[in-house]
Design a protein around this ligand. Structure first.
Ligand code: PLP
Length: 428
């Protein structure tokens, strides 16, 4: 069967990012914190479906909620009461009064950008160099540009993140480095009255993990509002992996718009966009049509409700924080024992190793991280029974509430083998 993959599936997978060279890892099933591939190999799953599986696999309350809904109808293209429950809960956690649903992070950030432009009647949007916000045109600019493509730091090139992206759309994006309020202030002045808003990940998670420096997020909100522009947090990845109210709650800065997806649905595809009363009124009165056949799908809403109730709660975070601390300490011990300059970076349930001794504050710094160690790490974890996302230094591991201390210890001991190799090759 797998031999047919290359014949009937373009590129032999169902998304380009499922291909861990030379081919996708074909999964058979998952249970708890483990997954099994079609050859019967068992792994501790810390790929987590690119950050979605914070509940692990087959979490009983989610299985129960989804099974119940399957027997009651999986799709009506009409709202069900669970949508009200979920929106109420998201309002409580994120401090934004109104919500809408969609099916992927891409749709959520697309709606956010449309809304910022629609409400301000302006076309320019500020985007952070190196941030990924999905695969719609407006944000496919300088996602993971190569070092030779980026141009000077104070006048970065707009590099298409894919083929098929019109230059005219890219020209509407104003690039800034992460963690640099001065750059945002400069471009707001330079394009005075033409900027609708800014979109960013509050913790950059498309370049390993780059946390915001103190005061950055609050400073952005102040600057943007002073220039009559909106602030959007793309919390597709950070929402629920950094805390029960995402980075918004963790850093105490409420933006004008929050986008959620990935871990929201407990493993079922769902996205949400929340906004201030001013912004969401544009949807309410039809100035902006936020639509989609499967929006608020009953299966997704039932899974999301169960996930928010049973998994993404204070008890869940207590468990995740303990596992994260165990992983961090284990990694730090191996780094120190082998005299390496590397650092382990973790925020909430997400973690990675920055294979560098230098501080990483933005994408330019990240370009200096040694990717060869990232790839070798993936391979050593894979051969050692831990399934990580295949993108070396770019991606992070995800802990789920079903992971055990033993799972974390395996992650750490596999890393120990890499650290020993790196130590020997560095110190001879
Ligand atoms: N925003 C961020 C920060 C992401 O990491 C991703 C996906 O990786 C997206 C948006 C797009 O989400 P999706 O793949 O569900 O369209």
């Amino acid at each position: 069967m797998i031999a047919d993959a290359g014949r009937v599936l373009a590129g032999g997978a169902t998304s380009n990012w499922q291909i861990a060279q030379p081919q996708a890892v074909w999964m058979s099933h998952g249970q708890g914190s483990h997954v099994w591939d079609v050859d019967g190999n068992e792994y501790v799953d810390m790929h987590g479906g690119y950050g979605a599986c914070i509940a692990g696999h087959g979490y009983p309350a989610i299985v129960e909620a989804v099974s119940r809904q399957v027997t009651r109808g999986t799709h009506f293209a009409q709202p069900t009461e669970d949508a009200i429950w979920v929106a109420t809960e998201l309002s409580r956690r994120f401090g934004l009064p109104q919500w809408r649903f969609a099916n992927s992070g891409t749709e959520a950030t697309m709606d956010a950008i449309h809304l910022m432009r629609a409400l301000k009647g302006r076309d320019l949007v500020i985007k952070v160099e190196g941030c990924y916000h999905g695969h719609h045109d407006s944000v496919q600019v300088s996602v993971l540009p190569e070092p030779e493509e980026v141009g000077p730091p104070d006048a970065p090139n707009r590099v298409p993140g894919n083929t098929g992206i019109p230059q005219a759309i890219m020209d509407l994006i104003v690039l800034v480095p992460f963690n640099d309020l001065g750059a945002v202030e400069r471009v707001l002045k330079e394009h005075d009255g033409r900027i609708a808003g800014m979109i960013l990940e509050p913790v950059m998670m498309n370049a390993g993990i780059i946390p915001p420096v103190d005061g950055y997020l609050a400073g952005l909100k102040e600057l943007l509002h002073a220039h009559d522009a909106f602030l959007t947090f793309d919390e597709v990845k950070t929402g629920f992996t950094t805390g029960p109210a995402g980075a918004t709650g963790r850093y105490g800065v409420t933006p004008d718009i929050v986008c959620l997806a990935k871990a929201l649905g407990g493993g079922i595809s769902v996205a949400a966009i929340g906004g201030t009363a001013e912004i969401m009124s544009a949807i309410g009165d039809g100035r902006y049509e936020q639509v989609g056949t499967f929006n608020g799908n009953p299966l997704a809403m039932a899974a999301t409700r169960a996930n928010l109730t049973h998994v993404i709660n204070d008890a869940g975070y207590e468990r995740l924080d303990a596992l994260a601390a165990r992983a961090r300490e284990g990694f730090e011990d191996h780094i120190a024992a082998n005299g390496l300059p590397w650092r382990v970076v973790s925020v909430g349930a997400k973690g990675c190793v920055a294979f560098t001794g230098e501080p990483v504050r933005n994408y330019r710094d990240f370009l200096e991280v040694d990717d060869r160690w990232g790839h070798l790490h993936w391979l050593m974890q894979h051969n050692g029974g831990v399934f990580l996302p295949p993108w070396g230094k770019v991606e992070q591991w995800l802990l789920s509430v079903q992971h055990t201390d033993e799972d974390v210890d395996l992650l750490v001991s596999n890393f120990g083998r890499l650290a020993a190799v790196a130590g020997r090759s560095t110190h001879g």
